[in-house]
Write a protein that binds this ligand. Structure first.
Ligand SMILES: Nc1ncnc2c1ncn2[C@@H]1O[C@H](COP(=O)(O)OP(=O)(O)OP(=O)(O)O)[C@@H](O)[C@H]1O
Ligand SMILES: [Mg+2]
Length: 347
């Protein structure tokens, strides 16, 4: 492929915080050497650096380059400062409680619980933010009806921060805001992990009572690295009630109880605790078994913080971007109760 062809591919890579101009136009393409592209960044820490590296790789792969490499160089404006840690936690200074919402397994309703819990806490009068730490399958934009919106970047004290979106009385941040619609982000190992740290640490959260972190599914390296660098106070675990889910919740709990991490688990949320059909709102069907959540909580030695029913309206309200917790139905009450318990527990 010629350099001109590669440049054409790179014109598809837009910098969301620079008026959506592409990296070629912005003069960020420093060098093209075979299938290796070097991007130049004017600052030591562009908050979207990791995102741009991923997007560049994706554009090159789409253009037919099998295994492109993307390197970066930094063009310092001023004399380099003495080297500190890669990320700092300054922006979390005014955040009282940082709580991870995790599970050992995917698809149990973590994001649904996280988004609704954030809305419920906001309804109770708390200042709340939610960081979507699922860089592979971000769902916060869809669930909050903020898809297609683009957060701005702002320079504060010489550092560039991303300004979270505000809706339903809460602040939201997700890598989903920077991905083009329908395009999967192609990450490689440490890139994914850095991108998600940026979504938490390089954000202008301001003063918050609670910052919830919707963790990606599983309990891998990315989780450990996240827990090592983000000062999370503890976690809420989400599960479904079946017996077979116990092993997964145990894995989730073990991750926080690992001796290098050692953070408390504030409690368990039993999602899909029973099924209530829309046409019979007073009926409860325990299709995954009764009291599974209570038994799991007991066996893990943690509190059962809340029980959320399986109802069609929770799924629908998630899909249309108006979280159920904002409504007046019984399922909204379940999220408000959960929020109340968590707030009480953390004082
Ligand atoms: N209590 C509930 N009632 C009805 N539908 C639900 C409920 N909880 C979750 N869902 C639906 O189940 C699906 C999976 O939920 P969600 O995306 O929250 O899971 P997750 O654990 O975050 O998944 P992932 O592991 O992929 O991040 C969604 O379509 C959601 O709307
Ligand atoms: Mg999720």
């Amino acid at each position: 492929m010629t350099e001109a062809q590669i440049l054409d591919l790179l014109r598809q890579v837009r910098h969301p915080a620079r008026g959506d101009r592409d990296v070629v136009e912005l003069g960020m393409v420093h060098k093209i050497d075979g299938s290796t592209v070097t991007l130049a960044f004017p600052k030591r820490r562009d908050p979207l650096a990791e995102y741009l590296i991923g997007a560049t790789r994706a554009a090159l792969i789409r253009g037919g380059i099998r295994d492109p490499k993307v390197e970066t160089i930094v063009i310092e404006e001023a004399a380099p400062k003495k080297k500190g840690p890669e990320f700092d936690t300054d922006n979390l200074r005014y955040v009282r409680h940082i709580v991870g919402v995790a599970s050992g397994k995917g698809g149990v309703g973590k994001s649904t619980v996280a988004v609704n819990l954030a809305c419920a806490l906001a309804r109770l009068g708390y200042k709340v933010g939610l960081a979507d730490a699922d860089v592979y399958g971000p769902s916060v934009p869809l669930m909050t009806g903020t898809e297609g919106e683009q957060p701005m970047a702002e320079e504060i004290d010489g550092k560039e921060l991303i300004v979270p979106l505000e809706k339903y009385g809460a602040k939201w941040m997700s890598i989903g805001y920077f991905a083009e619609r329908g395009q999967a982000l192609i990450w490689r190992g440490p890139m994914a992990s850095n991108a998600l740290k940026q979504m938490i640490l390089q954000v202008k959260w301001g003063e918050l009572d609670f910052l919830l972190v919707d963790m990606p599914p599983g309990t891998g390296d990315i989780h450990i690295s996240l827990l090592q660098e983000v000062p999370m106070e503890g976690a809420v675990l989400v599960t479904t009630p079946q017996e077979v889910a116990l092993a997964d919740v145990e894995k989730g709990a073990a991750m926080f109880r690992n001796k290098n991490i050692d953070r408390p688990i504030f409690g368990l949320v039993e999602n899909m605790a029973w099924f209530t059909p829309a046409e019979h709102p007073d009926e409860k069907y325990y299709i995954f078994g009764r009291d599974g959540g209570a038994r799991m909580a007991e066996s893990l030695g943690i509190e059962l913080l809340g029980r959320i029913p399986l109802v069609q309206s929770i799924r629908e309200s998630g899909d249309c971007g108006e979280p159920a917790a904002l409504g007046t139905r019984p399922d909204a009450q379940a999220f408000l109760d959960l929020a109340g318990r968590l707030a009480e527990k953390l004082g």
